[in-house]
Structures are given as structure tokens and as C-alpha cells.
Design a protein around this ligand. Structure first.
Ligand code: FE2
Ligand code: FE2
Length: 240
């Protein structure tokens, strides 16, 4: 049992994009992560096309993981309309799949929601004009409300927010400017900054930057598999 003075070592990684035709296995990496960390966090885009069959491949590899696994789904996990089946398959492995909920492991609160797009700062998309635009903005507002509700449930002093979409621009820098509005929304950071959290992790931007801060100064890490991290590995290690 980890006490208040012993940091919990969290391994975090996103954007596995597991495909049926890809023979690459994560078993060895998951075994290594189990030796390196106390909890394994997955930040979505776990499958490439959101197929139940792809989730089954991940579930098989997760058997090599002997530590608790917590995570969210990403936009790719919704592609085939099988997201409920994907969640069920992953939950059957014991993974905590968070979609507007929280859980506590060894005194640390984990809050998870996928998030959504919409852009950043003064340039973010506003709810104006055609119904389709209003619906788009409504989607991100709804995700922030679900995030806020989940954050209110957390009782622990130490907490990690798990997102798929980015809450700030800093960690998506080096992606093409044209796609920034599709990579995340600062509405997520605004919500998080109403609370005090230990750190925030996200994925989705495969070409972003590892570390940044919310406007309120809270630590944000882009842990997409492709991002260069201090560990030199596809996963980050964050002590909380
Ligand atoms: Fe991705
Ligand atoms: Fe994504």
C-alpha cells in the first residue's frame, strides 16, 4: 500500500492504434511497464478502427500486465460504432475504462473523459450559426461538464486527469497549424483549472510536445506513443 509520502509511479501511453493486420504485440512492453510502474494509464486511440476484434487483440496483450490499468477511449475507438463492445472487452480484462467517471488506486484519484475538439483560446469555435456548428460546440461543452462532474467525485489529494484530446496548445506544437482546432479544446483546461490536480495526460496529437502547463499552471503531458519522452520509451513515467 502506497502512503501519502511515497509517490505512485504511473506509466502512461496513448495512440496504440492496434490493427488486425498488424502482427506487432505489446505483450513484452506491457510486461516491462508492469516492472517499471505501479499503475498503467492509456489515453485512447487504443484501436485503429474501433473494431471489437482489435480490442480483443489488446485485451490479449493486457494479460501480460500485472498492475492496475486505467484509461479512456479515443476518437479512433468510435470509428466503427462498436465503442460499447470495445469498452466491455477492455473492462472484462479488469481495466478501468473511464468515460466521465473517476476511480481511486492507492490513494490517487484518476478522472477520465475522452474530451473533444473545438480549438483554443480566443480562437476557439463558438456556438453560432448553423445547427451543425452548435452541435459540434455542444459536444465539447458536454464533455467538459462530464469531466467536471467526475472531478467533483475525487476525494484524494493527489489526482491524475486522463484525456484523449489536448487541453492546451503547448503539447500539440509541431502539428500542422491547420489541424489545431481538431486536436483539442481549451474548454477542457478551463474546467480542470477550477480544481487542483497533480497532472493531466492526453494523447491524440502524434506530433506534439511532451510537456506543457494549463493557464492555471498545472502540468500537462502528451503521452501519445510517438512523442519523444524523457524515458526514451513509448511510455512516460510520471510520479504522483
Ligand atoms: Fe491517435
Ligand atoms: Fe485520436
Amino acid at each position: 500500500m502506497t502512503d501519502a509520502f511515497t509517490p505512485l509511479r504511473i506509466a502512461a501511453m496513448g495512440d496504440l492504434h492496434i490493427r488486425e493486420d498488424n502482427a506487432a504485440s505489446y505483450r513484452e512492453l506491457f510486461g516491462e511497464i508492469s516492472r517499471e510502474a505501479d499503475v498503467f494509464v492509456l489515453t485512447g486511440d487504443l484501436t485503429d478502427l474501433g473494431l471489437a476484434r482489435e480490442a480483443e487483440l489488446l485485451a490479449h496483450d493486457l494479460k501480460a500486465c500485472s498492475i492496475p490499468v486505467v484509461g479512456v477511449l479515443g476518437n479512433h475507438d468510435y470509428e466503427s460504432g462498436e465503442q460499447e463492445e470495445v469498452k466491455r472487452i477492455l473492462r472484462d480484462t479488469g481495466m478501468h475504462v473511464l468515460d466521465g467517471q473517476s476511480c481511486e488506486i492507492d490513494g490517487v484519484g484518476f478522472v477520465g473523459v475522452k474530451g473533444f475538439a473545438g480549438g483554443f483560446g480566443r480562437r476557439m469555435l463558438g456556438s453560432f450559426g448553423e445547427p451543425a456548428i452548435k452541435q459540434f460546440v455542444h459536444e465539447v461543452m458536454n464533455e467538459t461538464l462530464r469531466l467536471e462532474n467526475a472531478m467533483r467525485q475525487v476525494r484524494s489529494k493527489r489526482s491524475l486527469v486522463i484525456l484523449h484530446y489536448a487541453p492546451i496548445v503547448e503539447t500539440i506544437e509541431s502539428e500542422p497549424l491547420e489541424i489545431y482546432p481538431f486536436l483539442g479544446s481549451s474548454r477542457l483546461a478551463e474546467t480542470i483549472d477550477r480544481f487542483t490536480v497533480t497532472a493531466i495526460v492526453h494523447g491524440h496529437a502524434h506530433r506534439g510536445r511532451y510537456e506543457g502547463r494549463t493557464p492555471g499552471g498545472q502540468r500537462v503531458y502528451n503521452v501519445a506513443r510517438h512523442i519523444e519522452k524523457p524515458t526514451g520509451k513509448p511510455y512516460a513515467i510520471i510520479e504522483i
